[in-house]
Design a protein around this ligand. Structure first.
Ligand code: ATP
Ligand code: AMO
Length: 429
């Protein structure tokens, strides 16, 4: 019976493993293989004179990254990884790999991001890369468990839609029979509609599509968004929820991914709470102390400003009280000062992780705001209708899952946090 490589200990007598040939070293009388499965590495040692002939024959044939089945006795040996080695009585080539390999899985030779993505299946075999996706899976599981424990229900909303959500121009048009259609930029309208449906607390983890024209290390054209919407809540309530969720995810990853974090060389610390909250006005004041291009009230915060503020604050933080003019139409203006909105961004020192707001729940005010943004209420009919028959007050946010993983693991490029990234120049694999 096959056992996982990590379960082969120096105390094991006999083991059968199946894995990929990570490295081959032939020293004449002795051949060493390192075999890898997703749980770890083991040294397989073949003393050619003493080994069964079939084993020696297979050892001659095998190439790196082939799948092999090895069965034999385990010996404690200090020099080998994990303090043990396997001396085969049987060695079977289950699936022979062609050579040369398009990519060095053992990472003796480094490769560019593009080469890596072209052969992503091989890239993910690298323990370091595999660790990222193991951690991502643990993080997503922690998100689900956290939200279910808080009484949320999971929803799935359409990705093929008739019009823009965020009112921007970054839309991908698609052919949909005889109609004009688009890939959805955000579940925004649908999650709000579920508040009118009486669901009270909903979340979705799904793809969002943005036709960002430029290639950057923190933008994808297909990203994964965690969207949350809560009834009878304001912006402060959902900021607290977001902070709690980030802490829950960091805790879980620290507890459950110690090996993977070690593989990545990441010393993860749970962020300090409460996350500082600064107003948009304070944010531009901080940025203007150092950035050469001065920011005026009403400007978006650019990359340089985000960096300057991040360095100053030095941890996760919120920017609150944004000018209504630069936030989407659905953000609730403060009644006493409608120039400002109950909108927020949650920031990691390196970049924005999430945006959210208390939403407008009054039909007429919403129509007014849609018009104020130069948009037409007619194209929002299905959405606006839900505000006419008992829409509760509500608030929510969207969090970029790849950005969460990227910042948590200090990855240099967002493409490291997605298996098959979509960008301006890439549609395959
Ligand atoms: P959001 O989509 O919520 O706005 P974001 O982090 O992508 O989140 P943006 O408003 O798109 O934020 O961008 C913030 C800043 O990042 C911009 O002001 C700009 O300086 C920079 N930026 C955004 N998109 C690009 C891009 N495609 N290329 C280069 N820089 C960009
Ligand atoms: P926003 O447009 O800020 O807000 O998106 C929310 C979060 O999604 C992530 N994100 C991206 N990640 C990678 N590549 C992209 N191109 C990309 N675009 C966005 C970011 C961002 O903070 N409807 C609102 C949310 C809400 O108010 O509930 C929205 O879409 O981490």
């Amino acid at each position: 019976m096959r056992i996982a490589i990590q379960d082969v200990t120096p105390e094991t007598d006999y083991a059968e493993i199946i894995g990929w040939v990570h490295e081959i070293r032939d020293l004449g009388g002795l051949a060493f293989f390192i075999v890898r499965d997703r749980t770890g590495l083991i040294q397989v040692t073949i003393p050619k004179k003493k080994a069964p002939e079939a084993v020696v024959e297979a050892a001659k044939e095998v190439s790196r990254e082939s799948v092999v089945r090895v069965a034999g006795t385990v010996k404690a040996i200090e020099k080998a990884p994990g303090g043990r080695e396997l001396v085969p009585e049987e060695l079977e080539i289950v699936s022979l790999a062609a050579s040369p390999l398009p990519l060095d899985v053992a990472e003796k030779v480094s490769a560019e991001m593009d080469t890596r993505i072209d052969s992503r299946f091989l890239d993910v075999r690298k323990p370091r890369v595999g660790a990222i996706f193991f951690i991502r899976s643990v993080a997503v599981r922690a998100i689900n468990e956290f939200l279910f424990s808080r009484g949320f229900i999971n929803i799935t909303t359409p990705k093929v839609v008739a019009a823009a959500t965020e009112g921007g121009t970054e839309l991908f048009p698609i052919a949909y029979f005889e109609k004009e259609a688009f890939l959805n930029q955000s579940p925004q309208l649908y999650k709000q509609m579920m508040m009118a449906a009486g669901c009270e607390k909903v979340f979705e983890i799904g793809p969002i599509f943005r036709a960002e024209e430029h290639n950057t290390v923190r933008h994808l054209n297909e990203a994964t968004s965690l969207d949350v919407e809560v009834s009878f809540a304001d912006h402060n309530d959902v900021m607290q929820l977001l902070e709690d969720l980030i802490i829950a995810v960091y805790r879980r990853v620290t507890e459950d991914c110690a090996d993977q974090l070690a593989t990545l060389g990441v010393d993860l610390t749970v962020p300090a709470t409460p996350f500082p909250r600064i107003s948009y006005a304070e944010a531009i004041e901080i940025a203007n102390r150092t950035v050469p291009e001065k920011i005026s009230f009403g400007d978006d915060l650019g990359t340089a400003a985000e960096k300057a503020i991040g360095e100053y604050i030095g941890q996760h933080y919120f920017i609150v009280d944004w000018p209504t003019a630069i936030k989407p139409y659905y953000a609730m203006p403060y009644p006493e000062n409608p120039e400002l909105s109950k909108a927020f961004d949650m920031m990691h020192p390196r970049m924005e992780l999430s945006s959210g707001a208390q939403r407008i729940h009054q039909h007429d005010l919403l129509v007014e705001q849609i018009r104020a943004k130069g948009l037409s209420p007619e194209s929002f009919e299905f959405y606006l209708k839900t505000f006419e028959y008992g829409m509760p007050p509500h608030a929510g946010w969207g969090l970029g899952v790849e950005r969460l993983i990227m910042t948590m693991l200090n990855l240099p490029n967002i493409r490291e946090a997605v298996l098959f990234p979509r960008d301006r120049h890439r549609l395959t694999p």
